[in-house]
Design a protein around this ligand. Structure first.
Ligand code: ADP
Ligand code: MG
Length: 150
């Protein structure tokens, strides 16, 4: 899917938000600057995080948490843990798998190689790349079929 402008990415975020249910996991993949945080922010807005609540990158805090009508929404960025000595322990400490079992929706940047540490399988993986105009997105996982035709 072509995302020629930020507006297209916002629209995609809202389309993804409409598909999300409690306990679902969305992996956001792509290089630094590909637009993972921007898309996560659009998904958060689509799920009802109000405009006055700032949505910043969780690069340093690792996980940000929001209350939305569908329950708890977690936005994580695991970049800093990728080379951690004991990734499993560090991620276990964040409690993402457990929070998902309790119904939290999780949006995770840099989570693609961490598999079961995030709980059960992902529902959607979005891979973002830079394109001539803007960005391009490709989809994988059970929810992909709802997005790829748009
Ligand atoms: N479709 C798009 N077209 C052009 N720029 C975009 C698009 N989507 C996002 N961006 C821009 O990409 C920049 C980097 O995005 P960011 O979400 O911080 O990347 P990442 O989290 O992958 O490192 C942001 O400034 C954002 O405005
Ligand atoms: Mg980011």
């Amino acid at each position: 899917m072509d995302l020629r402008s930020r507006r297209d990415t916002v629209r995609l975020g809202h389309a993804i938000a409409a598909l999300l249910e409690p306990s679902m996991l969305v992996l956001l993949s792509g290089d630094l600057g590909a637009g993972k945080t921007f898309l996560a922010r659009s998904i958060c807005r689509g799920l009802g995080v109000p405009a006055q609540d700032r949505i910043t990158s969780p690069t340093f805090s690792l996980v940000h948490e929001y209350e939305v009508s569908r329950g708890v929404l977690l936005h994580a960025d695991l970049y800093r843990l990728r080379d951690a000595k004991d990734v499993a322990t560090e991620i276990g400490r964040l409690g993402l798998a457990e929070r998902r079992r309790e119904g939290a929706i999780a949006l995770v940047e840099w989570g693609n190689e961490l598999g079961s540490l995030l709980g059960f399988a992902y529902d959607l993986q979005v891979t973002l790349t830079r394109a001539d105009a803007g960005r391009a997105a490709s989809f994988d996982g059970p929810l992909a079929k709802h997005l790829s035709t748009k």
